[in-house]
Design a binder for this molecule. Structure first.
Ligand code: LMR
Length: 396
């Protein structure tokens, strides 16, 4: 049976990691996968996570099955983090959350849940979007279409075109929105643009699915949840997928959450039962370790503050890297305007070069970024920015 198979190409993002690790160049730079790196190029375990891990080892008493819901306490704390403690939807008991294996697990659960609601649903994603969104939704049997989002020429949002497209989407479909730190463009909706998108969503009646993989990496934990909170207050139903990979640095622990907001408490119970059935049929129940760490941190005021402080350090460093690259490009005689990089948010921006230039950067300078020229800004450091800027100047 296996003989019928044709080999798949390496994943456009994860494949870069393997190539980077095999490269012996002393000045190689990894701007591929979106992971935070400290000035030494290391992805550290957060101090608050280390403390939580010690506390858990000392107090954990069993490894018995946790059930498809995952940890109730983690689910509650994650809902409060996303929506804010006193959100009307929480107070009205309209929200249900399951712990999932990472943000990708949350998206796959959401996809299967959407299929249970409407097997013919079209899911509309921004053009461009995270490379894995399309494959993931199609694997669940959904049809994926795109709405205009990023203008590669002007490095701005195609907001008017986005609005026009959203106004054509009907109530049986789903629209995927990035809560903050748009991956791959770094271009986020402003608050007033969110307000407009939310009012179109309510008017058209389609279901919003918000992907929040970078809460805290844009402007702050509450600021980054603006769209999520306003949307949940304005529409009858929505889905939220969250990830703890980046903001808690728990990448390999695979922990995230899939949340549904229903019209009322009873409808939420029905939807939740379907969500649990979906989980049981895919992976039965989520891993518990990452959730245990997050709930330990969020449930302890001192540890939560320590986490917020560490998150601020990560956010500030990435923003500093943005500014630093723009300055170094100017210092290296680059006349093209790259100031947009300093204005964008989160882990990523497109450098805006073509795939051949991306390949040259890789082959001749050992600088790795996704073929679309998406750079993970966290991979820039004081130590490598000169080499990076010089290399970019050369290929330009
Ligand atoms: C990325 O976009 O680089 C991250 O979300 C990691 C991944 O799984 O692709």
């Amino acid at each position: 049976m296996f003989k019928t198979l044709t080999a798949m190409p390496a994943d456009p993002i994860l494949g870069l990691l393997t190539q980077y690790r095999q490269d012996n160049h002393s000045q190689k730079i990894d701007l591929g996968v979106g992971v935070y790196k400290d000035p030494a190029g290391h992805t550290p375990i957060l101090e608050c996570v280390k403390t939580a891990e010690k506390m858990r080892t000392e107090t954990e008493t069993t490894k018995v099955y946790i059930g498809p819901t995952g940890s109730e306490s983690f689910n509650q704390l994650m809902s409060e983090l996303a929506f804010g403690q006193s959100h009307t939807a929480l107070l009205a008991d309209r929200i249900r959350t399951v712990s999932t294996p990472g943000g990708t697990g949350a998206l796959r659960v959401a996809a299967e849940f959407i299929k249970s609601c409407n097997p013919n649903a079209v899911i509309w994603v921004s053009d461009p979007t995270w490379a894995n969104h399309t494959g993931l939704f199609e694997a669940a049997g959904l049809t994926v279409k795109t709405y205009p989002y990023y203008d590669y020429d002007t490095k701005t949002l195609k907001f008017d075109q986005m609005v026009d497209a959203l106004k054509q989407i009907n109530k049986d479909d789903v629209v995927l929105l990035h809560a903050c730190c748009h991956n791959p463009s770094g271009m986020d909706l402003t608050q007033s643009q969110w307000d407009e998108v939310i009012s179109i969503t309510a008017q058209q009646g389609f279901t919003p699915l918000i992907d929040m993989a970078y809460q805290g990496f844009g402007d702050g934990v509450d600021e980054d949840a603006y769209g999520v909170r306003q949307m949940a207050a304005a529409v009858e139903e929505m889905i939220l997928c969250s990830s703890c990979s980046k903001n808690f640095g728990l990448y390999r622990e695979r922990i995230g959450a899939c949340t549904i907001v229903a019209d009322n408490s009873q409808a939420a119970n029905v939807a939740f039962s379907v969500l649990l059935y979906v989980v049981r049929c895919i992976y039965s129940m989520p891993p518990a370790h990452g959730a245990a760490l997050v709930e330990t941190i969020l449930g302890n005021p001192e540890l939560k503050q320590a986490w917020l402080n560490e998150l601020t350090v990560m956010r500030d460093r990435i923003n500093g890297n943005r500014q630093m690259l723009v300055s170094k490009l100017i210092e290296n005689g680059v006349e093209q305007d790259f100031s947009f990089i300093a204005k964008q948010k989160g882990m990523f921006s497109f450098l805006g070069i073509n795939p051949e230039q991306v390949e040259t950067l890789k082959q001749q300078h050992s600088i790795y970024m996704v073929g679309s020229s998406r750079m993970s800004i966290a991979g820039i450091s004081e130590a490598n920015v000169d080499y990076l800027a010089k290399s970019i100047a050369t290929i330009l």
